[in-house]
Design a protein around this ligand. Structure first.
Ligand code: COA
Length: 327
């Protein structure tokens, strides 16, 4: 029997503060109608002033560890997928390791923007298949609210804050992560970027004045690439595993825009009751969106032992990725 990584526990956490579309109407020139029609988002969660990315990671991780019945000290590796960590260094994973008292775990961050959780899943899966680690905590977390321009209506309505976590354990048998598929097209790096604060534009009064420390997005161009790419991604992932679409119990897509998700489902001819949706309540939580959605469908009992589920994501880089899991 092959060595596989199996998700033995899921957990998620979103901040208490709710920001509705009606609240946003008071901040920028937008409307609940525009946001609902163009994105499907009704509200999102926003961290409190002192709440950090590692705080969200901690709560999601505790829930995942409890569900898996695994103690923090038994975790050998922590990967946090994020692009909005507590600070550029040390890693948010190191801060989480401290807060969680996961004293035996090595820890690092990984950044593939909204595809980060699936890049992390692939990394963790390969560590487990290689026999390097047997118990890994993988978290996807982002505090986008601190990195979006609250004066830019084209981006500030889209994002929210949150974290989702899974515990992966090595196991022999048919169940677990079956395959992961990662892609990047750096030529399209400027479709979604946060240009300030790195070595290209180090922080300065000018970068602050030019608002370079906020997310910039070519929304419409990104939308078109996303719809084209995601359908092919799902088809190719199924084909690689000799699986028919009808054998899929659930599709868990990155929650960026309901129109992208619906267009993908329509092109595939996949009924929407097999698609996990939560962006109406959380908006786009970037690296956290897939693990939060996964945690919800698991806790709602919508996926059962031996079900095939497919996870797919798309984000800055541009990056896109998928994972097929036998639950
Ligand atoms: N409220 C009201 N009007 C808004 C608005 C808002 N919040 N944001 C933009 N508009 C306006 C624009 O100014 C534009 O007006 P104009 O026609 O007078 O110039 C109009 O709405 C249409 O803008 P456009 O950007 O073409 O809208 P869209 O239908 O493409 O929807 C997004 C915008 C961002 C919702 C959509 O493009 C999208 O979801 N893109 C992909 C995001 C994504 O997948 N990212 C990857 C993961 S992070």
């Amino acid at each position: 029997m092959p060595l596989r990584s199996r998700i033995t526990g899921t957990g998620s956490y979103t901040p208490e503060n709710v920001l509705t579309n009606l609240d946003l109407e008071k901040k920028v020139d937008t409307s609940d109608e525009w946001i609902t029609e163009r994105t499907g988002i009704k509200e999102r969660r926003i961290v409190g002033d002192s709440e950090t990315t590692s705080d969200l990671c901690l709560e999601a991780s505790k829930r995942a560890l409890q569900a898996a019945d695994v103690k923090p000290a038994d975790i050998e590796l922590i990967i946090v997928a994020t692009m909005s960590g507590d600070m550029p260094m040390p890693s948010t994973a190191a801060l989480l390791q401290k807060k969680l008292h996961a004293i035996n775990a090595a820890a690092f961050d990984l950044n593939a923007a909204c595809s980060g959780f699936l890049f992390g899943l692939s990394t963790a899966d390969n560590f487990i298949k290689a026999g390097t680690y047997r118990k890994i905590l993988l978290v996807g977390a982002d505090v986008m609210s601190k990195f979006i321009d609250w004066q830019d209506r084209s981006t500030c309505v889209l994002f929210g804050d949150g974290a989702g976590a899974v515990v992966l354990e090595s196991s022999r048998g048919a169940r677990g992560v079956i395959s992961t598929h990662l892609f990047t097209d750096g030529n399209l790096w400027d479709f979604i970027c946060l240009p300030g604060g790195g070595s290209q534009n180090p922080p300065s009064a000018k970068t602050m004045k030019d608002r370079l420390h906020f997310v910039k997005m070519k929304g419409n161009e990104t939308f078109k690439v996303a719809v084209r790419t995601l359908e092919k991604l799902v088809v190719d992932t199924l084909k690689k595993n000799n699986l028919k679409l009808s054998e899929l119990a659930m599709l868990i897509p990155h929650q960026a825009n309901l129109r992208i998700i619906k267009a993908t489902a329509e092109r595939l001819n996949l009924p929407m009751n097999k698609v996990a949706i939560n962006l109406d309540r959380y908006g786009n939580t970037s690296s956290a969106s897939i693990p939060i959605a996964l945690d919800e469908v698991v806790r709602e009992g919508r996926i059962k032992k031996d079900d095939y589920i497919l996870l797919e994501a798309f984000g800055a880089g541009l990056t896109w990725a998928s994972a097929l899991i036998k639950w």
